[in-house]
Design a binder for this molecule. Structure first.
Ligand code: GLA
Length: 353
């Protein structure tokens, strides 16, 4: 071990309150960074990046060369994302350390975006939060082949305590939106685990791309324009995106006005659209949303993240009990990624020009 100072890089997961499957067509999203996070701690040195983890169910160690040439065959699987980040950051020295996390994997809370952001910072990345998110998104796409949008990485990089983030995925403008004091964000696991690269995510993105060939950017499309789409599946998926973009601003307005009825309505409409138009929910998630929505104190609930299983998010009166017998969290909107120690000033520093 070298005499380098210890580096501690931490990056949160995210809960998406509104705007799912809108980021990859440049739409609107409303995620919040949460108080579950991944921490990479260690020292620069040596000629490989060697990380050990205690993450449940994952092989304990990833060892990645400084100039990884092939990601696909790397084992264990999580080392592919580490390698993709190493390829992006191109550190001139290795790193040896640990990865710890309280984020569940495959639950729709962006454990992989948190890992990518934390590894990039630990390896010395020193750009802006947006540049960090762009780097981590490229790494995720390279490691998994999934054409993901930028929501997860940007929410994790740019989070703001007490706030959700309204992100315009075309301009990449990030606007903090205060969450009312009296509301809790509850996240409940459906019990159905999934990994993004084993879902029809890419097929869904392809449907939306095909729809945009006919009607132009969905971000700008009026609902009426979608009648030009003759393929039923593409039309319904496009309708989800167009209406979901509208629901992001509807929820922003409802949160600002603390309008409980409007919050309930927009959450219910979003879940119905994810289920009926987009087709990304599963029966366990639909049932959980129905159960939570009828619980006293819960204003509304919806599937959150990519879908196909994973978690449900509910907005509820402060202090509402978490459901028993399930993995469930009361999550606070939190600050984004941080990094301290090592040979450079704490991150986030001055954005690189
Ligand atoms: C995954 C992707 C994101 C986004 C969500 C769905 O989390 O990584 O880019 O598309 O699914 O909203």
């Amino acid at each position: 071990m070298s005499a380098e100072a210890i580096v501690v890089a931490a990056a949160p997961g995210r809960v998406n309150l509104m705007g799912d499957h809108t980021d990859h067509t440049g739409g609107l999203v409303l995620p919040m960074a949460c108080d579950l996070r991944t921490v990479v701690e260690g020292r620069a040195g040596g000629d490989v990046v060697r990380l050990r983890t205690t993450w449940p169910g994952q092989a304990a160690e990833a060892v990645v060369p400084l100039r990884p040439s092939e990601l696909v065959g790397l084992e264990p699987p999580w080392s592919r994302l580490v390698a993709a980040v190493v390829a992006e950051v191109q550190p001139d020295r290795g790193f040896e350390g640990t990865v710890t996390s309280d984020l569940p994997i495959g639950a729709g809370l962006s454990s992989s975006a948190a890992l990518a952001n934390a590894v990039a910072l630990a390896l010395g990345f020193a750009g802006s939060p947006l540049e960090l998110a762009q780097l981590s998104r490229r790494a995720e796409q390279a490691a998994t082949g999934v054409p993901c949008g930028i929501m997860d990485q940007l929410a994790s990089a740019a989070g703001s305590a007490g706030h959700a983030l309204r992100i315009d995925c075309t301009s990449l403008a990030v606007e903090p939106v205060a969450l009312p004091e009296g509301l809790d964000v509850l996240v409940v696991h459906s019990g159905v685990e999934r990994s993004l690269d084993a879902t029809p995510y890419a097929a869904l993105v392809a449907d939306l791309t095909a729809a945009e060939v006919v009607v132009g950017p969905l971000r700008e499309a009026a609902p009426d324009a979608l009648a030009a789409l003759t393929h039923d599946g593409q039309r319904r998926r496009a309708r989800h995106v167009v209406t979901e973009n509208g629901r992001v601003d509807a929820l922003v307005a409802a949160l600002r006005a603390e309008d409980r009825e409007a919050i309930s309505e927009v959450l219910a409409a979003s879940h119905a659209s994810l289920r009926d138009d987009l087709g990304v929910t599963v029966p366990e998630v639909d049932q959980l949303v129905a159960d939570l929505s009828s619980q006293p104190g819960v204003l509304g609930a919806r599937c959150t993240g990519a879908g196909f299983g994973g978690c449900v998010v509910a907005l509820a009166d402060a202090g509402t009990a978490l459901p028993e017998g399930r993995r469930a969290w009361r999550l606070r909107p939190s600050d984004g990624a941080t990094c301290a120690g090592g040979a450079r000033p704490s991150w986030p520093g001055t954005p690189r020009r």
